[in-house]
Design a protein around this ligand. Sequence first.
Ligand code: UTP
Length: 291
Amino acid sequence: MSQKIRKAIIPAAGFGTRFLPATKSQPKEMLPLINKPAIQYIVEEAIQSGIEHILIITGRGKRSIEDHFDHSVELENILRSRGKWSQYKEVLDIAKMADIHFIRQKEQLGLGHAVHCARCFVGDEPFAVMLGDDIIHHSKKPALRQMIEQFEQYGKSIVGVQEVEMKEVSKYGVISGKQLHDQVYEVDDLVEKPPVEQAPSNLAIVGRYIIHPDIFDILEKTEPGSGGEIQLTDALKALCSTHGMQANILQGERFDIGDVWGYIHATLSLAMESEELHEKLSNFCSKRLQA
Ligand code: UTP
């Protein structure tokens, strides 16, 4: 039987250059989607997927992420003394949400390097990685839960993928492989940001991974790749050739909130699903479109 996936790493130390100047002094992971910071959606997905321990990789200028998941004693006291019980409970619940740890990536040398910072936390068990700027909105089953169920069946490392338009592939890591059934692919290779004409498919890796712990030995030897960064995809390619790997075609709508349009898309989509905001937004849009 395969080992249980108990631990998740959320790398959130990147500079967020695509969202400057908003991300100059605040983390993109703390940008609000409606009234919750983006990273809270990811922590909630981890918990709903059965994860017990979470490590968030932060860096300079990212203190507000730690503060968000900590107690805010003054605020809790004020809300309690004013009898604002539902807000009090909401604030308290965030601090109690999960067993969350933090570590700093001292130099932003790439996603592969960020994951390597989690070696001591992970130890010798398979683990999940969830990117701090990729929101996958589901109505039935969280994206990571979909992957954990596949891992429980096959016991192999898994990359979460979704189809993207062919002209977009060079922004992603892309897989080649054979479909086993429905959501499951057997991966034979991975390429980081291929030129369109060399892309083996349009199945792009979208920020959810289940990884065998041998990745840490590989990451130790991984040289900087695309963009001069230590790329997780390069290490996964090596892991795939020695240990085998699968992909899961994730169900759910995915938003890259590190990109301005992705962020707007996420906000509008979530607002459309909100009971409170749906009507207001629909009225606004139809008036604007008629104008
Ligand atoms: P991105 O490339 O999307 O993030 O990395 P970035 O570097 O912050 O963004 P841009 O491209 O400059 O706008 C994917 C994920 O990996 C994390 C990021 O925080 C993001 O969640 N990351 C990236 C790290 O934690 N450390 C790094 O050195 C690089």
